[in-house]
Design a protein around this ligand. Structure first.
Ligand code: 15L
Length: 264
């Protein structure tokens, strides 16, 4: 497949770009910054929140799918979060509809349901329960994906990513970790699953202590192979561990992340 990867210079973007190329896909990179050293495909330096710039990329390229990873990966004001997650997604979807690109894989986040108290496994039928304005942005971006799936029959897979890290660093990460290799497996499954319509999956590895259900992903062909448990002995205990286990969003759900919606 010829795939547009947004945020291709970011931490997830670099891993996904390499992984997709290794699996014989062709990647067109898009980011606010120039291509990282070693990138060999076609590259566009542009802002995904600018609909004209996004449309120009689609006019220049023949594409089979989009992997939308661009976005500020942390808490911000409500307007900044909406621009970063919702406006970018909408700009891509409009260009996809105009150019008949049938599929988008979206880097949503566990923080879309982060304020869910940590009790049972959280699945794809959980109601939206954001823990931050970042989480609100992800919920709203998923809503736009669903609208375009219903209106225009775009296939849209929202991957609610846990903690994308080289290896788990905290007790919470033993439940939330997504390994680099599993991330590539997840994106490829979401790109190639037959006719998913709008679907949600949880982007974590096959962690023994998982807080999210892997079944929605497995239904789409995402079979994770790594398990954070292999690192459990190396993860130090911290005073914050119990607080971070109260809600599935961990620290994002705690008071330290409270801030006004508007302003810096
Ligand atoms: C995310 O979605 C964030 O982008 C990242 O900064 C971490 O907070 C991660 O989730 C997580 O929950 O560990």
């Amino acid at each position: 497949m010829r795939v547009l990867v947004t945020g291709a210079a970011g931490s997830i973007g670099r891993v996904v770009t390499l992984g997709l190329c290794d699996r014989d896909h062709e990647v067109v990179g898009l980011d606010l910054v120039p291509e990282p050293e070693g990138f060999t495909g076609t590259w566009h330096t542009a802002d995904c929140a600018d609909p004209d710039a996004v449309m120009a990329v689609f006019e220049a390229e023949r594409l089979d799918a989009v992997v939308h990873l661009a976005g500020h990966p942390d808490e911000a004001s409500l307007p900044a979060s909406l621009t970063s997650h919702v406006v970018t997604t909408a700009a891509l979807l409009d260009a996809m509809v105009a150019h008949r690109v049938p599929r988008i894989v979206y880097a949503s986040s566990n923080h879309a349901v982060g304020r869910t108290p940590r009790r049972d496994l959280v699945s794809d039928d959980a109601l939206p329960r954001p823990d931050t304005f970042y989480g609100v942005g992800k919920v709203a971006a998923e809503a736009v994906l669903r609208l375009y799936a219903d209106r225009y029959a775009v296939d849209a897979v929202a991957c609610r990513i846990g903690s994308f890290l080289d290896e788990p660093a905290t007790r919470r990460n033993l439940s939330t970790w997504l390994s680099h290799d599993d991330c590539v497996r997840m994106v490829e499954a979401a790109l190639t699953a037959p006719s998913p319509g709008f679907a949600v999956l949880y982007g974590i590895s096959a962690n023994t202590r998982a807080w999210w259900d892997l079944e929605p992903g497995r239904r789409l062909g995402y079979e994770p192979l790594d398990d954070a448990e292999a690192f459990a002995d190396r993860v130090p205990e911290r005073a914050e561990d119990d607080d971070e286990a109260a809600y599935v969003g961990g620290p994002f759900a705690l008071e330290q992340f409270h801030r006004p919606a508007l302003g810096d």
